[in-house]
Design a protein around this ligand. Structure first.
Ligand SMILES: Cc1ncc(COP(=O)(O)O)c(C=O)c1O
Length: 450
């Protein structure tokens, strides 16, 4: 029988049981038993008789009662843009880099790495929950600089930045369910659902004032100072999504000091390294935090800077006060990964590993990365020059900015001009081709003029 005292013999095979074990206090033993029976009945029917099977069937019938899901607003926007038959439509809601011709091509270095991978890969045997270890070894110095050798820091491959975020918050929840996650407003819309999914409480801090195009720096620090030690401060490493408003180096220094003095755990999400000021420059905040704080979590993504979005390439990094504690933390993270996806997909990380392991391919990657960054910055400059009210776009970084438009104005742009952006006014500066930039700015300026 499965109960808190007598754990299910198959529990390592059942995500539900291990998850519920962590929330045991909130659920009755009976509920835990039902999950356990369902799992056992599915895995070995012959050993168990009718009551367990009928429990399973009862649950299956319950699927008809599933509530509808509120669709992800950004995904819904992309679907709407795709369905628009106008050939001159402009989709700046999408979250991928596009070149001057409006395409998202595969990088030449990635194509070459994939060719080599195809030729040389001799097995597809399992790699384990930590994924490709050499991949993580090579990402370490890019992200952490000289701190990559610090034995108190451990890292592992994850399915993209999302997988790293999920595992990082799982780790926090495993260590301290009372920790609150301090989240800047606005933030990337997928942060709150991931935090909710692990059962942690979210606590907002002011980050950006759209009307002023300014970071609410003092209010942000004030919230950090009044937080509880052990709370988690979620920060965007660079190229803030959705605002494009990045902390200056001086501001990072100040935030680092306040976070460290308040006893908070910085959790840095860095999904666009190299798209802002430069590969090294974009990691400055991460490195300051790692220098100053005993405990740091970093969710890193290669999906944008290697343009391998659908291949799901990322990594999670954990710093604790000692090498031993970090080893324990990484073991917990691997356990959580095992429960959810077992191990990350290999292909994209293997291609990135091949690039970073080869000096010539690495150099070529830096050239292609610089070309993506240059396009982002040149479109920003064009938009900023179009009207003084858009000048702020030229002072920001990465793919996103927020236009000072009302929801009604955003809707009108969609209907009248086929320009698709989020209701908040967030848009992807490189979502449009070079040819569409002037048309876009004219429409935006008209909308602002009312
Ligand atoms: C701020 C931020 N964090 C994390 C991610 C996740 O990236 P990935 O596609 O690697 O999961 C994104 C992707 O859009 C993002 O914008």
């Amino acid at each position: 029988m499965c109960s808190p005292a007598n754990r299910c013999p198959r529990e390592t095979e059942s995500r539900w049981i291990t998850t519920h074990e962590r929330h045991r206090d909130e659920r009755s033993d009976a509920a835990i038993q039902v999950d356990c029976f369902a799992s056992l009945a599915m895995t070995d029917n012959s050993r168990y008789s009718t009551p367990m099977l009928s429990e399973t069937h009862a649950r299956a019938r319950g699927l008809a009662n599933l509530p509808p899901v509120t669709s992800d607003s950004l995904l819904a926007l992309i679907a709407m843009a795709n369905a628009d038959p106008r050939i001159d439509k402009i989709d700046v809601g999408v979250g991928v880099f596009r070149d001057g011709a409006g395409n998202t091509p595969i990088l030449k270095v990635v194509k070459e790495a994939e060719r080599r991978l195809l030729e040389t890969q001799s097995t597809k045997a399992y790699l384990g929950s930590a994924g490709d270890k050499r991949f993580a070894e090579l990402i370490g110095p890019i992200l952490l600089g000289s701190h990559a050798d610090d034995e108190r820091i451990g890292g592992l491959q994850t399915p993209g930045g999302c997988g790293a975020l999920r595992l990082g918050f799982e780790l926090i929840a495993t260590a301290n369910r009372e920790a609150r996650v301090l989240v800047g407003t606005p933030t990337w819309p997928n942060h709150p659902p991931i935090i909710r999914a692990v059962g942690l409480e979210q606590f907002d801090y002011p980050y950006y004032e759209r009307g002023q195009a300014a970071i609410r720096f003092d209010e942000m620090l004030e919230t950090f100072r009044s937080a509880r030690p052990g709370d988690v401060a979620l920060l965007h490493g660079c190229c803030h999504n959705p605002t494009g408003a990045d902390l200056s180096e001086e501001q990072w220094r100040e935030v680092t000091r306040v976070v460290s003095e308040a006893g908070l755990i910085p959790f840095i999400d860095i999904a666009y390294q190299g798209f802002g000021r430069g590969l090294e420059e974009d990691a400055a905040g991460v490195r300051m935090m790692v220098e100053a704080c005993d405990e740091v979590i970093i969710a890193q993504s290669c999906d944008k800077n290697f343009s391998v979005y659908r291949d799901r390439v990322g990594s999670l990094w954990v710093k604790t006060g000692s090498r031993e504690t970090t080893a324990t933390a990484i073991a917990h993270v691997c356990q959580r990964a095992r429960e959810m996806w077992s191990m990350p997909p290999d292909h994209g990380a293997a291609a990135v590993r091949i690039i970073l392991d080869d000096p010539e391919l690495s150099a070529n990657w830096l050239v292609e990365l610089a070309a993506m960054r240059d396009r982002i910055n040149s479109v920003r400059a064009r938009l900023a020059a179009a009207d003084p009210r858009l000048a702020f776009i030229g002072r920001q970084f990465g793919m996103f900015s927020m236009l000072p438009l009302s929801k009604e104005q955003v809707l009108k742009l969609r209907e009248s001009h086929g320009i698709y952006m989020a209701d908040s006014g967030r848009f992807n500066v490189v979502g449009m081709s070079d040819e569409a930039v002037d048309r876009f700015t004219t429409a935006i300026v008209d909308a602002m003029d009312g």
